[in-house]
Design a protein around this ligand. Structure first.
Ligand SMILES: [Fe+2]
Length: 456
C-alpha cells in the first residue's frame, strides 16, 4: 500500500474522529448551557412573578388606606366587614392565576388588633406564622413599609406590612398581608423556562452542526498541505543524494544499499523512530559534500596521494555546510559530519572515539564499509561474504563499535544475499518501503496532533 493511499485511509479515520468529537462536544456544550440557562432562568422568572405580585400587593395596601376614613373608624365590626369585602374584591383584581391573599390583618396606631381575614384552609399557613410574627416585630420597630419573600414548599409568599397614614403623614393604623403565588403561576413560569432551555440547546447543537463542514474543509486543506510538504522534503532528499551519486558513480545504487543496510541495523538494535528518520536522511546525504570536490580528485581512478586525500576529507565540512542550510535536513549532520570517524579515534575529521561518535554515524559506518567491500570498484572486484565479514571483524573495536558489529553480523547474510552489488529496481522498492514505514508517521502525527486539539 503506498503512502498516499495509507494517508487517505488515515484522513477518513480522522474525519470520523472529528465528527465524533464534535458531536460529543456539541452535546456536552448543549447540556452545560442548558443547565446554566435552567438555573439562571429559574431565578429570573420566579423573581419576575414575585415582583409582579409584590407590585399588586403594594397597590392593595395603598387602596386599603381608605379604611381609616370610614365614619365608623375605629369600630372593629365595621372595619372587619369592610376588610372582608375589600379583600374579596382585591383578590379578584389580582389575577387569580397568580395566587391569592392568605392573610390580611389591621391594627390601630398602638398595634391593638382591629380585624383580619385568614384563609384557614391554606395548607402552608402554619409554616408562615413564625415569619409573620417576625415581620410584625420588625414593623413595630421600623414603623415603615416592610416586605419579605418566603418560600415554603418551593412556592414564594410575599409578606408585607405597611403603615396607614392620615393627611398629616401620621400613622393611624398598620396593615399586614401575605400573598401566596399560585402553583399555576409557578407551572407557567417553569414552562417558559423549559422553552428557553430547549431553545438554547437547539442553538448550540445547530451551531456545532454548522461548524463541522468548516472545520472539515480547513482540516482537509491543512492535511493536504502537510502531506505535500512531506513529499517535497523527501523529494529534495532523493534529488540531493542522486546529484552527488551522478558525479561519483553514475548510479543511486550505493546510496540505496547503504540506507537499507543502515536502517536494518538500526531497527535490529531498536533505535527510536526519530533517530531512524535522521539516519535515513544522513545515509542518503552522507557524501553530499563531494559536490565541492574537484573532478580531478573525486574521479581519480587510482589511490589518492596525501595532499589529495586531505582535500578529499573536506567533503565532510562541505556536507555539513549544505545540510545545515535546511531545517528539515539538519538532523542528517550526525551521519554527514561523523561517518568517517573510527571508534579508536583514528578517523576524521575530528578523531572522536566511540564515546564521542553519534550512534547514527557508528551504525552508518558499518553499512558504508560493508557496501564498499561487497561492491565492484574500479580498483577491485566485489569481495565474498566471508572475506567481507573477516575484514569487518578485523575492525572490531578499532573502526567499528563491537556491539554494533555483533548485531550486524546476525543480519548480514540475508542482506548480502538480497542486495550486495545489486543495482536493480528491487533496491528502489525496498527503499520506498523503508521511507513509507518511517516517514508516514509524520503525516499521521499532523492529522492527529495539535491541529485537531486546537480546533476542537
Ligand atoms: Fe564520505
Amino acid at each position: 500500500m503506498d503512502i498516499r493511499r495509507k494517508n487517505t485511509i488515515k484522513i477518513r479515520a480522522f474525519h470520523r474522529k472529528l465528527a465524533l468529537r464534535l458531536g460529543i462536544l456539541g452535546i456536552l456544550a448543549a447540556v452545560l448551557f442548558g443547565v446554566i440557562t435552567w438555573f439562571d432562568q429559574s431565578n429570573r422568572i420566579i423573581d419576575k412573578v414575585t415582583n409582579r405580585v409584590l407590585h399588586g400587593t403594594k397597590l392593595f395596601n395603598e387602596q386599603i388606606s381608605y379604611l381609616i376614613d370610614i365614619p365608623s373608624w375605629p369600630d372593629k365590626k365595621a372595619i372587619q366587614n369592610e376588610l372582608t369585602a375589600f379583600t374579596s374584591r382585591a383578590s379578584r383584581n389580582i389575577k387569580e392565576a397568580e395566587g391569592h391573599f392568605v392573610y390580611v390583618g389591621i391594627w390601630d396606631s398602638q398595634f391593638g388588633f382591629l380585624a383580619s381575614v385568614i384563609d384557614d384552609d391554606y395548607p402552608l399557613m402554619e409554616s408562615l406564622k413564625s415569619h409573620k410574627k417576625q415581620l410584625e416585630l420588625e414593623l413595630k420597630k421600623a414603623q415603615k413599609s416592610l416586605y419579605k419573600v418566603h418560600r415554603a414548599n418551593g412556592i414564594p409568599h410575599i409578606l408585607m406590612a405597611t403603615p396607614l397614614v392620615d393627611a398629616g403623614g401620621k400613622p393611624v393604623a398598620y396593615v399586614e398581608s401575605i400573598f401566596a403565588v399560585s402553583p399555576q403561576a409557578i407551572a407557567s413560569a417553569r414552562k417558559e423556562i423549559r422553552r428557553t432551555v430547549l431553545g438554547v440547546i437547539g442553538i448550540v447543537l445547530v451551531t456545532t452542526l454548522l461548524l463541522y463542514p468548516t472545520i472539515n474543509l480547513l482540516t482537509r486543506q491543512l492535511s493536504s498541505l502537510t502531506i505535500n510538504l512531506l513529499d517535497a522534503n523527501l523529494e529534495t532528499l532523493k534529488v540531493l543524494g542522486s546529484a552527488i551519486a551522478k558525479r561519483d558513480s553514475d548510479t543511486d545504487a550505493h546510496n540505496y544499499r547503504v540506507t537499507i543496510y543502515a536502517v536494518r541495523l538500526a531497527e535490529t538494535i531498536g533505535m527510536d523512530p526519530q533517530a531512524i528518520q535522521s539516519l535515513i536522511k544522513g545515509a542518503f546525504l552522507h557524501d553530499v559534500g563531494k559536490i565541492g570536490i574537484r573532478d580531478k580528485i573525486l574521479l581519480k581512478p587510482g589511490r589518492l596521494n596525501d595532499k589529495e586525500f586531505e582535500i578529499m576529507k573536506t567533503h565532510v565540512p562541505h556536507g555539513l555546510d549544505i545540510v545545515n542550510r535546511s531545517a528539515w535536513l539538519k538532523d542528517a549532520i550526525d551521519v554527514v559530519g561523523y561517518h568517517h570517524e573510527k571508534v579508536d579515534g583514528s578517523g576524521y575529521c575530528e578523531g572522536l572515539d566511540s564515546q564521542g561518535i553519534p550512534l547514527a554515524a557508528r551504525v552508518f559506518a558499518m553499512a558504508d564499509v560493508f557496501d564498499a567491500l561487497t561492491s565492484l570498484r574500479p580498483y577491485k572486484e566485489p569481495f565474498s561474504f566471508e572475506k567481507t565479514m573477516a575484514i569487518l571483524e578485523e575492525g572490531r573495536g578499532k573502526h567499528f563499535d563491537a556491539n554494533l558489529l555483533d548485531a550486524f553480523t546476525r543480519i548480514a547474510r540475508p542482506l548480502y544475499d538480497e542486495f550486495a552489488g545489486r543495482e536493480n529496481d528491487g533496491l528502489k522498492t525496498q527503499l520506498e518501503e523503508i521511507i513509507q514505514r518511517h516517514f508516514s508517521r509524520d503525516a499521521e502525527i499532523s492529522l492527529q496532533g495539535p491541529s485537531l486539539q486546537s480546533v476542537v
